[in-house]
Design a protein around this ligand. Structure first.
Ligand SMILES: Nc1ncnc2c1ncn2[C@@H]1O[C@H](COP(=O)(O)OP(=O)(O)O)[C@@H](O)[C@H]1O
Ligand SMILES: [Mg+2]
Length: 207
């Protein structure tokens, strides 16, 4: 499904849930409708109230199938699936469904080693550096680690999603009515690069 973006990967804590919400938030800021679809059975659904996007519970296979059927009938909408960690079979299923598949990883050898396995397993998926340092020296060190561990995979890596502490506000049940500019900027940047990949237009919007 071209209109479906799946955020998966075997390791927990890499930023799947945060990236899926930041992406939907950014899409909303760029004037695109989206649904954040929860599939992680370990998490509770979040309220839709105050968000620039819809949230739906796809934790059971039946519910997920209904949501995807509905999505097909709304071709202008995008769906973003938040996978859960440690579910190789579910990841495979979501990989096959997704028009774009993202594998987040943090600035650590351990995350990179895990994501390398996922990148090999899912040859069309893209790696996305997550919780990436904003400090120049730390960024240089992170780039060096990428060169050491993942140089051959560089063409399959998206631009990083920077560490922004306000990202946790999107994971609250109800989001505050005004969100920090930094969070909006990081979210828009993420949404723009994915819309570009999908060849979809968006309302220009300055940071
Ligand atoms: N870009 C980010 N900036 C700052 N903190 C982040 C970012 N992405 C994730 N986090 C934090 O890292 C932790 C794990 O993120 P989460 O999205 O829940 O990962 P996953 O869904 O892969 O388990 C959470 O505490 C979350 O708030
Ligand atoms: Mg999660």
């Amino acid at each position: 499904m071209k209109q479906l973006i799946c955020v998966i990967g075997n390791k927990g804590g890499t930023g799947k849930t945060s990236i899926s919400h930041m992406l939907c938030h950014g899409l909303g800021l760029l004037g695109r409708h989206s649904i954040s679809i929860l599939t992680d059975v370990e998490r509770e659904p979040l309220s839709r109230s105050g968000r620039h996007y819809t949230t739906l519970d796809g934790r059971s296979p039946e519910k997920l199938e209904k949501i995807l059927e509905k999505l097909v009938s709304m071709p202008d909408w995008l769906g973003v699936i938040d996978g859960g960690g440690n579910r190789p079979d579910m990841d495979k299923h979501l990989y096959e469904l997704g028009g774009l598949v993202l594998l987040p990883f943090r600035d650590s050898h351990e995350d990179m080693r895990t994501v390398l396995r996922d990148l090999d397993r899912f040859p069309n998926a893209l790696g996305i550096p997550s919780q990436w340092p904003t400090n120049t020296w730390q960024q240089m060190a992170a780039e060096r680690t990428l060169d050491e561990v993942m140089q051959a995979y560089r063409p399959r890596l998206l631009d990083p999603v920077y560490s922004v502490s306000a990202s946790k506000l999107l994971l609250q049940s109800e989001v505050p009515s005004i969100l920090p500019t930094m969070l909006n900027n990081v979210s828009r940047r993420l949404a723009r690069q994915l819309l570009d990949r999908l060849g979809l237009p968006y309302t220009p919007d300055d940071d």
